[in-house]
Design a protein around this ligand. Structure first.
Ligand code: HSE
Length: 293
């Protein structure tokens, strides 16, 4: 039996739409072993079949390597909420590919796994940090996915508000404007560049200026009823930046660890008693096989 641990991720981080993401200190664990028939536990009944994203990804990795499918017995234990913009799909995709790699000795490199995972997910901004850990940017060129990792100041905290409602990724993608002009492209390139430096150096003033998005957040905030109130609390609590995690509904306030972090966390709890609140940090490790007894 093998155990695979995959971190949750936040994609986009403001202006890095479909490019930038970070692994977070929140995890999904998958125990898998070869079996005579498919057996899945630890998830809702509707996912306990061949259509399960972990199983589809496991099969794709075998297919791609020219190996025959052998069913598995799978047990999922996850802290990552489904359909909230924290990369739960990516944890399943990455977990399934890694399980195939480990159980069948496929010899896939991280680069191979990112390419396959990106082809399943459609963009690399969740799967790449889930595989490499830390802050990662990814782009496709010439049929290949290129990923670059960035340093992140260890004091950043992401005070996270997870609403009790979901935003469907397809809805969140539909509302985004498809054509943008040169001025918007220049704005975005500049902001992403500044954002990466701010994350690396811990420069709050720079993060505050750079973590502004014009590609998706202005449209998506309309899908999240609590966006306005949560942003107000984050800003008045001293956050350097506030953004939608992935396609939502989760929102995050970026702040250095300490009093302001605790204050924003407390204010989120009081204002939104039905939602989940957490303070997360960046996880520098990507998905890994854990020791099992
Ligand atoms: N970059 C993606 C989006 C992440 O914002 O739609 C969620 O799949």
């Amino acid at each position: 039996m093998i155990r695979i641990k995959v971190p949750a991720t936040t994609a986009n981080i403001g202006p890095g739409y479909d490019v930038l993401g970070a692994a977070l200190s929140l995890y999904a664990c998958f125990d898998a072993e070869l079996s005579d028939s498919l057996h899945i536990e630890g998830c809702p009944e509707e996912y306990r079949n061949e259509d399960n994203l972990f199983i589809r990804s496991y099969k794709k990795a075998l297919d791609m390597s020219g190996r025959a499918y052998i069913p598995i017995s799978l047990k999922e234990e996850t802290e990552v909420p489904i359909a909230r913009g924290l990369g739960s799909s990516s944890t399943c995709i990455v977990g399934g590919i890694m399980a195939a790699n480990e159980l069948h000795g496929l010899g896939l490199s991280k680069e191979d796994m990112v390419s396959l995972a990106t082809s399943i997910e459609g963009h690399p901004d969740n799967v790449a940090p889930a595989i490499y850990g830390g802050v990662v940017a990814g782009f496709s060129e010439g049929g290949r996915v290129y990923c670059t990792g960035y340093c992140c100041d260890g004091e950043w905290r992401f005070v996270t508000l997870i609403p009790d409602y979901e935003v469907r990724t397809e809805d969140a993608r539909r509302v985004v404007k498809k054509d943008i002009g040169l001025a918007d492209s220049i704005y975005t390139t500049g902001h992403v560049t500044g954002l990466l430096r701010a994350l690396e150096t811990g420069d709050e003033e720079l993060l505050s200026a750079a973590c502004r998005d014009i590609l998706h957040e202005p449209y998506r905030r309309e899908l999240i009823p609590d966006y306005g109130k949560a942003r107000e609390l984050a800003v008045s609590g001293g956050a350097a930046a506030f953004f939608i995690s992935g396609s939502g509904s989760t929102m995050m306030a970026a702040v250095k660890q300490g009093d302001r972090e605790q204050r924003i966390l407390e204010e989120f709890k009081q204002a939104f008693p039905g939602h989940r609140t957490l303070s997360l940090s960046i996880c520098s490790e990507g998905a890994e096989r854990m020791e099992t007894r």
